[in-house]
Every structure is written in structure tokens, then in C-alpha cells.
Design a protein. Structure first.
Length: 146
């Protein structure tokens, strides 16, 4: 099983769960749940209000929508966001997904609530035979694994 839910603290923000745009779309479109202002050269965290659950051998990859650079002069600074399965429901933020955006233009950008900025694709991944994940469990939210 895999899917999306509204994270704790976002139920009053009229958050829409991600959907695919067409029957052949690979990605689920993510929109921001509140207006966001980004200065030139700034990296900002865009709130989605969404959390994702998935199987133990899956990951959710977050990519910028193809229109993001052309329309807004924005992209995801690390090229792809990785949402691990154990991020879901963590104690820090309940697994709420934030998407990093960088403004590479020389003027500020304002994104209105509901603007679709990214697409998420679930993928299976492989582990080596003797992998134990260092025996560690996630302790927190965004960026908590070091």
C-alpha cells in the first residue's frame, strides 16, 4: 500500500492530495498549501501539508515540475528530494513534506497557495544482502538523518 494523507496541523488549510494529471502521468502533482515569497538567490521551504506512506522497499522521489523554471525562475536545489518510508508520522512534523525551492532569477517570486510546483514518483529500491540500516530508527523530521 502507498498513498497520501493530510499531515497533522494542516487540516484547516484546504490541502488537496496529490493527483496525476493524466492516465499516462508518472508523477503526482504537489501544490503548496500557503502563499510563499522567495527573494533572488534564496532557498525556501515550500509547505505542502501532505505526508506519504509506502512499503518498506519504496521511496518517494520529488522532482520539479517542468514549468517551474520557465514560469517562475525556480527549481529544486538538490535536483531531487527523497522521502523515505520512515519519514511518515515522525515525531517532529508527522511526516509533512516540504519542498526546497531556489530562486535563480534577479527578482523576487511569489507563489500563490495551490500552485503546483513538483511531482512525486514512487519507486522500488534494492538493498544489499546484509543491510541492517545501521540498526537505527528515525528520530525526527526534515533533515534528521544527518
Amino acid at each position: 500500500m502507498r498513498g497520501f494523507e493530510i499531515a497533522k496541523g494542516y487540516s484547516n488549510k484546504q490541502v488537496n492530495l496529490p493527483e496525476r494529471g493524466t492516465m499516462q502521468s508518472a508523477g503526482y502533482d504537489f501544490a503548496i498549501c500557503e502563499t510563499l515569497f522567495i527573494n533572488p538567490g534564496e532557498i525556501a521551504l515550500a509547505k505542502t501539508g501532505i505526508k506519504a506512506y509506502m512499503q518498506d522497499d519504496e521511496v518517494l522521489k520529488i522532482f520539479p515540475r517542468s514549468s517551474l523554471p520557465v514560469k517562475y525562475g525556480l527549481t529544486i536545489p538538490n535536483n531531487v528530494g527523497i522521502i523515505d518510508g520512515d519519514y511518515y508520522g515522525n515525531k517532529d512534523n508527522d511526516g509533512a513534506i516540504f519542498i526546497q525551492l531556489i530562486n535563480f532569477r534577479d527578482q523576487p517570486v511569489t507563489l500563490k497557495k495551490g500552485t503546483r510546483i513538483a511531482q512525486g514518483i514512487f519507486e522500488k529500491f534494492l538493498k544489499v544482502s546484509n543491510d541492517t540500516g545501521n540498526g537505527k530508527k528515525r528520530e525526527g523530521g526534515f533533515g534528521s538523518t544527518g
